[in-house]
Design a protein around this ligand. Structure first.
Ligand code: ZN
Length: 258
């Protein structure tokens, strides 16, 4: 059997906290996107590139998206700086079949909110809680290699209610030291695209160095890859079988799509 073509992953990040906060820079000297990309690069069957907010077109040109099967998104303080035209471009690509993995504070990104069609709001607390991530769908491809649960000793808390449409699949639920729970791993389909939201990843903690977190993101990249690009269209359809004579056909054929 021929080797399947590698899955082309683009890791996008706004890359701002790392430049402003020495604590974040110490954890991620080359940016969170670089740490995530390096972990994915150690996987077989994946090729990985990065893109950041301050690059022309936020690094998400048509040429880059042409060569992207799965897009990973981390944003927080600069959601409003992401150009609406780029959001529309990515949205179109997702509907065509691009996989999208939205991380942590990306719950409030323009691209996630527009694809969810909901508030995407949640409760939160930055107080170094322990997070225990429970696998609630152990048969799911994204949950493979994790066991029953895994722990992050220090994380920001996100709590319910999370303003999302009911997920197609719920894969993880997190518990926090303060007693809250949160739907921390969930999937949806939009058009031909598969979307996965994954909660952990506050910038002041070493979350993206965690092997289980890296496992989830790699699993998700493979799961979200559809291999499809189906352009949106609404064509007039000739019949596949002969139709009986239609006296109105001549006049109707001169009109546009209703
Ligand atoms: Zn955060």
């Amino acid at each position: 059997m021929p080797t399947p073509a590698p899955i082309r992953v683009t890791v996008w990040s706004e890359y701002r906290h790392e430049k402003k906060n020495p604590k974040v820079a110490a954890l991620y000297p080359d940016g969170m996107h670089r740490t995530i990309a390096d972990a994915l690069g150690r996987e077989t069957g994946l090729t990985v590139r990065t893109a950041t907010l301050d690059e022309p077109e936020h690094g998400l040109t048509d040429a880059v998206l042409d060569q992207t099967d799965v897009l990973i998104w981390w944003g927080h303080m600069a959601h409003h700086e992401v150009a609406d035209a780029i959001v529309a471009r990515v949205r179109t690509r997702v509907l065509e079949g691009l996989g999208l993995i939205v991380l942590h504070s990306g719950h409030y990104s323009k691209i996630f909110k527009t694809l969810m069609g909901d508030t995407c709001s949640l409760t939160w607390r930055e107080a170094t809680d322990k997070e225990r991530v429970w696998v609630v769908c152990p048969s799911h491809p994204i949950a493979q290699g994790l066991g029953a649960c895994f722990e992050l000793p220090a994380e920001e808390m996100y709590g319910e209610p999370f303003g999302i449409p009911t997920p197609d699949e719920l894969i993880f639920i997190s518990w926090f030291t303060g007693g809250e729970v949160f739907r921390s791993g969930a999937t949806w389909r939009r058009g031909n695209g598969k979307i996965f939201y994954f909660r952990p990843g506050h910038e002041t903690y070493p979350t993206y160095h965690n092997p289980q977190v890296q496992r989830v993101i790699a699993n998700a990249a493979r799961w979200a890859h559809s291999g499809l690009r189906i352009k949106d269209q609404a064509p007039n359809m000739p019949p596949l079988e002969p139709l009986p004579p239609d006296p109105e056909a001549t006049s109707r054929s001169t009109q546009g799509h209703q």
